[in-house]
Design a binder for this molecule. Sequence first.
Ligand code: GRF
Length: 203
Amino acid sequence: MPEVSPRRLVVLVSGTGTLLQALLDAAQDPAYGAQVAAVAADREGIEGLRRADRAGVPTLVIRVEDFPDRDSWDVALTEAVAPYRPDLVVSAGFMKILGPRFLATHHIVNSHPALLPSFPGTHAVRDALAYGVRVTGCTIHLVDGGVDTGPVIAQEPVAVRDDDTVEALHERIKVVERVLLVDTVGKLVRTGWTIENRKVRIP
Ligand code: GRF
């Protein structure tokens, strides 16, 4: 059988990077079909960047505060990522809204710690807990110009416990989220996807 080269991922992070780590670990297996070509962050000094360093993956830090405005940051991030020729960009705990240039250049998926369209935004776990839902979870979705509004690809539920805290619930969501992200990204890059009327199908 002819060898198929692994698809190239660029992963965007802002924090601990345990989702990134799950992708790095999965990519060790050639059958996964993808490799992490680079990791980009919006800040220095985070564990996500150290995980990339330990895995020997190139890192980029493009900070909003180093640019006169969001547009220039958007252009800089787009241009910094482009040489890594990602087949797919994975936003894995990246705490910035991506700009129009980046969105027009790359296919991007985001992992969100709630069952969208419920609880979009930065405080999804806190908001779900405060609302009093009995079930929340995680969503992998394509990224569009809105805040967590892009077409849903995959979701998994997580039950809320009576004595939950934001931290405990988020940790249980992340256990499920890591598996779902690895599984979904692998399928997307190995087989591609179609999208019609917001319905994402992986053949
Ligand atoms: C994940 O729950 C992600 O959905 C959210 O931030 C968390 C990132 O965790 N936006 P980590 O940095 O990968 O550990």
